[in-house]
Design a binder for this molecule. Structure first.
Ligand code: GRF
Length: 197
């Protein structure tokens, strides 16, 4: 039986589209849900256009009560009985309470060569440090931010003329290759890392 995959996002969802479009043929996963914490996330329309159910769980009514938000998030996700959660630009930090319920079944993509540059503004920080290469990482989600076993990494060269935006665009094209490659393996039960290119 195929694995049901839920994708969580907050923005445009280009990684989500790459994941959805990859789940065909002999892929062990199939899309079950795309969920956003923002009703205006561009990714929601793209998912709906592909016939995938969408949901919104807005974090704002919960204020500082992360546990209440995460309970609501968990409940809505469970309506779709996913086997795997892919975080794809989901811009909320998830606490241990949520993460522990999905440990080993939830993965994330981060636009840096982890363990370097956890958190935000990764490309600006990589440029400021004079890095010769940059990239992206898919990892299992644990309670520590942008941590957890690495499931794949893709590298790109840094151009001396790069700005954070040009570097982000180059890395993003690799994200669209890496994340589907990792999900394909992960959904089949294979945690061996994918190294690109
Ligand atoms: C990507 O750079 C991803 O690595 C980061 O958020 C961005 C999401 O972009 N976590 P998109 O919504 O998939 O286009």
């Amino acid at each position: 039986m195929s694995k049901r995959v839920a994708i969580l996002l907050s923005g445009g969802g280009s990684n989500m589209v790459a994941l959805l479009d990859s789940m065909t043929g002999d892929h062990a996963g199939r899309p079950a849900l795309v969920l956003s914490n923002r009703a205006d996330a561009g990714g929601l329309d793209k998912a709906a256009a592909r016939g995938v159910p969408t949901e919104v769980v807005d974090h704002r009514p919960y204020g500082a009560d992360r546990a209440a938000f995460e309970d609501a998030l968990h409940a809505r996700i469970m309506d779709y009985r996913p086997d795997i959660i892919c975080l794809a630009g989901f811009m909320r930090v998830l606490t241990e309470g949520f993460v522990s319920r999905w440990q080993g079944r939830m993965i994330n993509i981060h636009p840096s060569l982890l363990p370097k540059y956890r958190g935000l503004h990764t490309h600006a920080r990589a440029l400021a440090a004079g890095e010769a290469e940059a990239g992206c990482t898919v990892h299992e989600v644990t309670a520590a931010l942008d941590d957890g076993p690495i499931l794949g990494q893709a590298r790109v060269p840094v151009d001396p003329a790069d700005t954070p935006d040009t570097l982000a665009a180059r890395v993003l094209t690799m994200e669209h290759r890496l994340y589907p490659a990792v999900l394909r393996r992960f959904a089949a039960g294979d945690r061996a890392p994918v190294w690109l290119p």
